[in-house]
Design a protein around this ligand. Structure first.
Ligand SMILES: Cc1cc2nc3c(=O)[nH]c(=O)nc-3n(C[C@H](O)[C@H](O)[C@H](O)COP(=O)(O)OP(=O)(O)OC[C@H]3O[C@@H](n4cnc5c(N)ncnc54)[C@H](O)[C@@H]3O)c2cc1C
Length: 454
């Protein structure tokens, strides 16, 4: 679909930022999202300069009845930051992060990535819980929950969100915080992009680093079951601040391996003492756990998750890394067709786990997030790589806690899985959706149906 020149001209009168249409030579690059399996062709990509531009784009989409997608860092695995034949609000030109050192807060525009955010905040020795891969967008991650290395000490990303500026479906601009539009603020913290377009996020910051204890140990895959068993026991006794994740992967030398990655953002001496059992267990083939800049920790997983690959992911939560979970994971990973794929167990712990499941819209406050991440680079190999993730997931299902992270829902997952993602908060979210977006303008997300539309 293409919009007429007259329609485009009308839009340009209200939207000062860049506008990219299918005839623009930048179009193919501009429409690309992180997951290369997503190949959508929007009618218009609007790159707002400010909140007024966002209001204009929202009104324009509503008036024309066009699908409207909102894109921060474009990392949505389901490709929710783009659409066919509609409008994409792309925050590529709104990436500023401002730190207020006296208030210990940072206000960030929605196009910022975690690497932008961390760079600005670490310049002042500050940080907040963010994604574990630097080029992930702050916007989508925050609106879905946000687990990361600092969650044990400071809570999830949503727990550190203090306020957001939002453009509603009417185009009206409001502020959401505990003091203003508190219901909307609650819904934003886990309810994804269902309620409006966020034009700025204000976060609480904490003293972090510059050095923390971080890094990982790697063991041969033949030891995976015993390493996972050790990991499960170790985590039961670990203090809040210590966040360690378990990964099954293929090492750069082509051998399958398993690793434990850690972060302890506290006293370095105490951290060294706490991670000693991880370093001493078994005979790791690689041990790079030790003091390192927080920024290096935040960059550690980047190479394992490069952009522009084909991706098919499945996710769940488990209460613990039980023998059954270990058996499924190890057997499934032994059959993985692509050396780029991995399985990651990331705990929800410490401060993050002590927030009540209904205190924010993000409900999954215990156990481990299980990511079954199928990555490959050849479209001819789609079938076996998708089948691998589906099969591993199907076999994991009898052992899961129930629940899925809204930010890791796949494109092919239906309303039943969306309901599971919001869990006990679904009904309150649906009531708020009915109030804030009764016509479901913001539907290109893990969609909560307003009551009127059901
Ligand atoms: C490599 C990789 C690593 C990851 N690591 C982590 C991790 O460590 N922790 C974690 O919690 N998650 C992680 N995730 C999942 C991540 O939270 C989601 O992919 C999230 O959607 C990324 O946000 P984004 O802004 O980049 O995505 P986008 O694709 O830009 O946006 C995703 C969706 O968010 C909504 N949205 C985006 N911007 C706005 C806005 N301004 N206003 C309203 N709605 C908006 C829209 O519904 C949009 O469709 C990771 C994902 C990847 C691909």
């Amino acid at each position: 679909m293409s919009l007429s020149n007259e329609t485009l001209q009308k839009f340009r009168q209200t939207h000062r930022g860049d506008v990219i249409t299918p005839t623009d030579e930048r179009y193919d690059l501009a429409r690309r999202v992180w997951n290369a399996i997503i190949d959508k062709r929007p009618a218009l990509i609007a790159r707002p300069r400010d909140a007024a531009d966002v209001s204009a784009a929202v009104r324009f989409a509503r008036e024309l009845g066009l699908p409207l997608a909102v894109r921060g860092g474009a990392h949505s695995i389901a490709g929710r930051g783009t659409c066919d034949e509609g409008i994409v609000i792309d925050f590529a030109e709104m990436k500023t992060v401002r730190v207020d050192t006296s208030a210990r807060t940072a206000t960030a525009e929605p196009g910022a990535r975690w690497q932008d955010f961390d760079r600005e905040t670490q310049a002042h020795g500050l940080a907040t819980t963010g994604g574990t891969v630097g080029d992930t967008g702050i916007a989508g991650l925050t609106l879905g929950g946000g687990f990361g290395w600092l969650e044990g000490k400071f809570g999830m990303t949503v727990d550190n969100l203090l306020a957001a500026d939002v453009v509603l479906a009417t185009g009206e601009r409001v502020r959401a915080s505990d003091a203003e539009n508190a219901d909307l603020f609650w819904a934003l913290r886990g309810g994804g992009g269902n309620f409006g377009v966020v034009t700025s996020f204000t976060y609480r910051l904490h003293e972090v680093g510059p050095a923390i204890i971080g890094g990982l140990v790697v063991h041969p895959f033949v030891r995976a079951a015993e390493v996972m068993k050790f990991y499960n026991e170790f985590m039961k006794g670990a203090p809040d601040e210590l966040v360690a994740a378990m990964v099954l992967m293929t090492a750069p030398d082509g051998h399958k391996a398993c690793g434990i990655a850690v972060a302890y953002p506290g006293d370095l001496g105490e951290g060294q003492r706490l991670v000693a059992p991880i370093k001493q267990f078994g005979e790791p083939v690689l041990d790079v756990i030790g003091p390192m800049p927080y920024l290096a920790q935040q960059a550690m997983l980047e190479q394992a998750m490069p952009p522009n690959l084909l991706n098919y992911w499945k996710a769940e939560f488990v209460n613990e890394i039980s023998d059954e979970v270990i058996a499924v994971a190890v057997d499934a990973f032994s059959r993985v067709p692509s050396p780029l794929s991995s399985m990651l167990f990331f705990p929800i712990r410490g401060v993050a786990s002590r927030v009540h499941p209904t205190a924010t819209a993000f409900p999954h406050r215990s156990g481990y997030h299980v990511g079954i991440y199928s990555l490959w680079n050849d479209r001819a190999q789609d079938a076996p790589n998708i089948a691998w993730a589906r099969d591993a997931w199907t076999r994991m299902r009898p052992h899961v806690a129930g629940g899925v992270y809204v930010n890791e829902l796949g494109e092919d997952e239906g309303a039943d899985r969306v309901a599971v993602a919001y869990g006990p908060n679904y009904e309150r979210l649906a009531r708020l959706k009915t109030r804030y977006d009764p016509e479901n303008l913001f539907c290109l997300n893990a969609n909560i149906l307003p009551f009127a539309a059901t």
